[in-house]
Structure formats: C-alpha cells, structure tokens
Design a protein around this ligand. Sequence first.
Ligand code: ADP
Length: 402
Amino acid sequence: MILTINCGSSTIKYQLFNNEATQSVASGIVSRIGEADAYFQHQNQTETVKESRSVPDHTVAFQICIDNLLHPTYGAIDKIEAIEAVGHRAVHGADLFVDSTLIDEAVIAKLEACVPLAPLHNPANLIGIRGGMALLPHVPHVAVFDTAFNQTMPAKAYLYALPYELYEQHKIRKYGFHGTSVRYVSERAAALLQRPLSALKMVVAHLGNGVTMTAVAHGQAVDTTIGLATFSGVMMGTRSGDIDPGLIFHLHRQLGLSLTEIEDMLYKQSGLLGVSGLSNDMRTITEAAQAGNGRCQLAMEMFAYMATKYLGAFAAAMGGLDALVFTAGIGENSPEVRALICQNLAFLGLALDPAANQQAVGGQEMAINQVEDKTAVLVVPTNEEKMIALDTRRLVSSKNQA
Ligand code: ADP
C-alpha cells in the first residue's frame, strides 16, 4: 500500500492507496493541531468517523493517522508493514527539483534551503517528512513538488524584467503553483480526448480558493499565472490577483498603510471577498448574484474576465489551443463561472454545450463543448493525492529495478 501525506502547519491530510495507486482505500485529516478544538476525520470504504481529540503537536497527529489506519473497525490495514512507501506533498522545490524524488538527507537539506521561498509551507512539509520517516523508517519516502511541473517554463516566461542579479543571486523568478494538480489534470484530459499529451496544447484552469491557470503544450508547462508569491494572476477567494505594483507604494505613501497591512489586504481581504463585500465562497457569491446583488455580479464578472484574458494570452503564447480544462472547486462545480469565462470565445472555435455544462457538477470527467467545435472544453476533477501516489509508485519501482 502507498500512503500519501500532505502536512500543513496545523493539519495533516493522509490517504492510503493500493499498490498500483489506482484506488484509494482510506483517507483522513487531523485538523487544528495545537489548538483546543483539534479533531480528526477519517474514512475507509464503508465508514466515516469524526472525533474531537487533544492534538498538542504533529507527533501526536501522526500517531492518530497511523492508529486510524490500523483501527479494527474503521481502519484499512492490520499491520503497519502493509505500508510499503510514503509520498509527501512538498510545496516549494525552487529550481532544484524538476521531478519528484526519493527522499534522503541531501533532499531534506535542499528543501530547507527553499524555506525562504515558502516560509509558511516548506517548514510544515519538512515536519511531515521527518515525522513520517520517524514512524515508517524502513520504507522509501518520496517528495512530490508543487513547483516541479512548472520548471519547464522557458526563461522568457519565468523571468521578471528586473535587474538580472536578483535572479542570479536570490532566485527571484516565477515558480508557479498547483503543478501536481495541473499535471494530473492534463494527463487525464489527454486520456479523455483519446489523444497523446505530446500532441496537445491546453490551458488548465485550476479554479479553487487559490487560482492557477497554466499553459501546457505537448505535456510541458510553458507559462502560468502564479509567480514568486501566491497572489498573481486571476483574483482568488481573498487574494487580489494581478495588480499594478505601483499600488503598493500608493497605499503606503498616500493612505499610510504599513507593509504588513498591505500584505494582509492583498492576501486576506481582496479577491471575491473584497469586491463582493460578502464572501470568499463562489457558491455564496453566485446565489447572491442570482438574487440581484450587484457587487456579487461584478465579482463574478471580474473573476471570469481575468480568466478569459489569460486564456487568450496563453493561446497566443502557445500558437493555438486544443483544449480548455476546468478543475478544482469552482472549475469542477460552477456552470455559471464556466459559462461566463467561455461566453466570448467563439473566435477560438470554442463554445459550451449549455446542457453538458449544467450537467458537469460533482466530480465526473466530461466534455462540455459543442461536438462540432475545434477546441474541446473539459471538466476534470483534480486529484493531487493520486498523482503523489502514482509518482511514489513510479520512483519506488525504478529504484527496485536499479
Ligand atoms: P482550495 O483551493 O482550498 O483547495 P477548492 O478547490 O476546494 O479550494 O475550491 C473552493 C472553491 O470552490 C470555493 O470558492 C467554493 O465556493 C467553490 N465551489 C465549491 N462547490 C461549488 C459550487 N457548487 N458552485 C460554485 N462554487 C463552488
């Protein structure tokens, strides 16, 4: 069996797959680690349990994950030796990792070196890796990086037009995000279209609370909307997306806001929440917009307009477009947002089939374009855990063959 671990600063998500990484047999989350209201939720193929628990630190949280997997009624395995490999989500591998990798001390040192680029995420990932290795010391552990897929971007796409030394000395460049999701979704999209990935130009629109649009040509990322930090590109739940950087100086000098206040505003008070004044949740925004709330209608229009602009930009960058692929919470579940994004795209040979668009909610893979169209529009539910498990299996079997 393959265990995947996604360790954040206050949560551990885990999932257990069969050896082929084709089927999930159990999954769970330990949440609010270190807080008074900590709890876990766990499910196997027949049962779901949720329980409040004291979880003072990540070590205890890990033990809960293992205890749940071994539990006589709601567990999935009868001995810990059933776990043969562990795949870890790793957020930032900078330019040091172009693919997933087996973890050893040198890999851990490189991940530590990447902490300044992801000060919130990488330390938590390292806790996950160390904790996982302590609990399961005799099995291979694999790191799967969110940034690896975007490492194929050419320099003209990943560089900022800043003094070049900033890139050379401080690695200041665009890295992108959600690469594991985009890789999984683009592979599934090619399978759905029954065409080789190497023959396709597509834009993957990962529209969740965080938003990434990525141009994928011939299976490789050629450009993406997220940059060095995680707020450029399309507006998100609470993040602004693209702004004129001059705005930051204006907010500081004219409105007297501190850097911390501006950062808080751009990350936590902007996006759908900032424009609507109501919510960061697209479901709430959509309902209010349909009931006539003008600010929510505007928030949806702005969101879709920014996505449409990037779609056009990326189609131009790739010199064509075979498929637009929607994924993540909004992409998978919102016919309204998909329709807004696609409304003016007939010039790309792309139009939605309204009935198929309405039908594509709740987790199935399907095409939603009109059959005669040149450009396909697909909905493909993302599954980062499965991609992590598949990579883990790939690396462990190539190690075994070596
Ligand atoms: P995260 O980036 O946190 O993983 P998700 O991929 O779960 O986010 O996406 C969360 C977003 O998806 C929220 O804005 C939520 O409102 C939206 N969403 C989920 N279901 C629907 C739906 N049925 N209609 C519209 N938006 C939805």
